[in-house]
Design a protein around this ligand. Sequence first.
Ligand code: NDP
Length: 399
Amino acid sequence: MGKVLIIGAGGVASVAMHKCCQNWEVFDEVCIASRTKSKCDALKEKLDGGKTKITTAQVDADSVEELVALINKEKPDVVLNLALPYQDLTIMDACLETKTHYVDTANYEPLDTAKFEYKWQWEYREKFEKAGITALLGSGFDPGVTGVFSAYALKHEFDEINYIDILDCNAGDHGYPFATNFNPEINIREVSAKGSYWENGKWVETEPMEIKRVYNFPEIGEKDMYLLHHEELESLGINIPGIKRIRFFMTFGQSYLTHLKCLENVGMTSIEPIDYEGKQIVPLQFLKAVLPDPASLGPRTVGKTNIGCIFQGKKDGKDKTYYLYNVCDHQECYKEVGSQAISYTTGVPAMIGAMMIMNGTWNKPGVYNIEEFDPDPFMDALNKFGLPWKESYTPDLVE
Ligand code: NDP
């Protein structure tokens, strides 16, 4: 039993709040704090009346001082960072100063460079260890569940994993010609960057969307998918012994790609500030303001997601293939918590990660990626809290 402080009140935070309240035996208190307090208050109003006590607060998570004051006032057992990747380091600093555990779902990215890497957060390892607190990095779906799947496959199915292909398919249709399923700024920065994969201990870089494959996803069917750089490749490349190659593929529809290309060509996806009528504006941030709010997609999105990992390796001297995946239905998610499946598949593991740290199931001072913990209790919790996983020993392979 304990208290979590959730920072951020967007799509993912909303699902995590719902899930903490469903899991009231563990979370008897939740404080949700964000830049716009009215969003926290709206969530409280929706969820109040259950067994979990809910409080709200306003905080600028770019300010360590404000965060420290908030943590000292609320005294949570764990801080769950569901703001944006830009706030990771300030929130980690505040956790250090107040000796509070930390959990997030996305690795740090400087606001002015579209380049996410773990190096900044890994530099906190010694400080967290010395303070006797844990930072759990990347407790969403990808990264998050993909790391848990990898640790589970290694523990139960393989002596050695040599190849991992992470496949992220969103076959949801929201009916708009162009919209992003989570924060547009973060999403577009991710997909317009160069692709890369990890092979034989080195990064191999590709042009954006250069590598395309078609995959027949269970319960969905054939979809085009493209190789992207993704953050868990960096930690899995180190934490899964024997690995020779890891790739990440995400599906995109033709309409999405055509719009993106056009927006790129006219400069709307740039993160370089420009002068507009005497004011400095960042084109990508302006674009975010005119696109549909991802939170508004929930009621109109139909279809399913399928996210999982195909593993190839050795067991008892023989070659072996194993596929672990989850299928999630956008409308089912909306019925349950009022959000589409992208927020759902991130918010559920965020709550589970906070639970693992808060109740001491995962107890290891320092800074860790999710695959560095025992996957079994997390895998059980996925089945219990709405993201049941499926397995196959004969999946189609990605060429
Ligand atoms: P949203 O944009 O919907 O929500 C972000 C929230 O953070 C908003 O409430 C925003 O406040 C708040 N916020 C932003 N800056 C600050 C600040 N300086 N101080 C306080 N609050 C702030 O994003 P999502 O919910 O879609 O995503 C949340 C996180 O989850 C992101 O880091 C994203 O990268 C990650 N993610 C991870 C995935 C995974 O599988 N691992 C998948 C999808 C997302 P305001 O309302 O005022 O704008």
